[in-house]
Design a protein around this ligand. Structure first.
Ligand SMILES: *Cc1c(COP(=O)(O)O)cnc(C)c1O
Length: 384
């Protein structure tokens, strides 16, 4: 069997450049749920793009280097990691922009309905955008915890994350989607904390639209372009709000009116940011031939090792049950920011989320079992 068919935690560590610890050597980098570590292949891809593409051929690169087709080509690469058959995913813009487009396009799939149902604890940008989209579309925004949402015949859209960004709780997208579909609503899933951390089966789950980050567990780099998924069954009628020229059926026809490109290409908006796109292209090489179920198993093993090494009395807000955990584990502490800084000083990089959470991200490609135990030990030492 190829060695990567059942990877150990840290199986691709050599493929990454890790930040330096203050005392020298590599940091224990557990912030991959915020910004993934740098894949060496991403760095190389940017250097190639700068020197051998942009520098060498200039504007001809749009055709000669395949730049123009990159949003859909990368979309298919990301799609393969989230259970989407080719032609349903496009890469570009930020998750926030993609969400705006996805929520409005979803609302337009259900004219005559009056409610946008969303996670009360959703990531701030998702909550802020849901509120604005509700005002723009005339929908009423109603919120609750994802597994308690009760869509009915008035519900147009159900918008939920795969994993809670604070607590690391993983939601049951299959059950949420089934309830939404029984009520005739469409689902917009935010996969930011799932993609690259665990298998996601968008087509099998019959999810309608989805968006997600590529700079967390996909390691695409700071501000790497996000992705959007639209199930093929919606393509013909999909009416996105951001009708940019690159989503036109004939962008270089420069016609008077906007005619949507066939398929998911209509979600393209403006000129794609090629340096960021190609960094992501390189970053995705880490996942080539890697079984995400095995990545997930390795990530859970890291979380288990961390939890087992934590002293009694530390309040863990993430469910301990593996099936209900995402890629990170969060603990409640009294001085989250102070502890984050103290851990960083000791070479353990995590993040703090107000008011009182520390998040430990277990990105299996580059985090080892030793790293997980070191983090627990250092936290224990600081807590006294
Ligand atoms: C990280 C994250 C985002 C980030 O959105 P950006 O537009 O990339 O800043 C959005 N939603 C969720 C659920 C996230 O976890």
């Amino acid at each position: 069997m190829p060695s990567n068919s059942s990877p150990e935690p840290g199986f691709a560590r050599d493929a990454f450049v890790l930040p330096r610890a203050p005392g020298g050597g590599d940091a224990v980098y557990l912030a991959g749920n915020s910004l993934g570590a740098q894949p060496r292949a991403a760095r190389r891809a940017v250097l190639v793009a700068v020197d051998d593409q942009w520098g060498a051929v200039g504007v001809a690169g749009w055709e000669e280097c395949g730049w123009w087709a990159t949003p859909q080509r990368l979309g298919d690469r990301v799609g393969a990691l989230v259970g989407a058959a080719p032609g349903q995913v496009v890469v570009g813009d930020s998750t926030s922009v993609q969400l705006f487009g996805a929520l409005i396009a979803a609302a337009r799939l259900r004219p005559g309905r009056s409610v946008l149902l969303s996670d009360a604890g959703h990531f701030p940008t998702d909550r802020y955008l849901a509120s604005s989209v509700a005002r723009l579309t005339g929908l009423t925004l109603a919120t609750g915890t994802p597994d308690a949402l009760a869509p009915d015949g008035d519900t147009a859209v159900v918008a939920v994350p795969a994993v809670d960004f604070r607590t690391g709780e993983r939601w049951d997208l299959a059950a949420i989607t089934a309830r939404a579909h029984t009520a005739g609503a469409v689902v917009v899933a935010d996969l930011s904390h799932a993609v690259g951390a665990m298998p996601v089966a968008l087509d099998d789950l019959v999810i309608d639209l989805a968006v997600g980050c590529t700079y967390k567990y996909l390691n695409g780099g700071p501000g790497a372009p996000a992705f959007a998924y639209v199930a093929a069954r919606h393509h013909d009628v999909l009416d996105p709000p951001l009708t940019g020229w690159t989503g036109h059926a004939d962008p270089f026809g420069m016609t008077e009116d906007w005619t949507p490109a066939p398929g998911v290409g209509r979600l393209r908006v403006g000129t794609p940011p090629m340096l960021s796109m190609l960094a992501l292209d390189g970053a995705l090489d880490v996942f080539a031939g890697v079984d995400l179920a095995a990545v997930r198993a390795a990530s859970l093993a890291l979380g288990d090792a961390f939890l087992a090494a934590l002293p009694e009395g530390v309040e863990v807000v993430t469910p301990r049950e593996p099936a209900r955990r995402g890629g990170h584990v969060a603990v409640r502490v009294s001085d989250a920011e102070g502890l984050r800084a103290a851990l960083a000083h000791r070479g353990v990089v995590v993040d703090a989320r107000p008011p009182d959470l520390l998040r430990f991200g277990f990105a299996a490609p580059y985090v080892t079992l030793d790293d997980a135990r070191t983090a627990a030990r250092e936290l224990a030492a600081l807590l006294g």
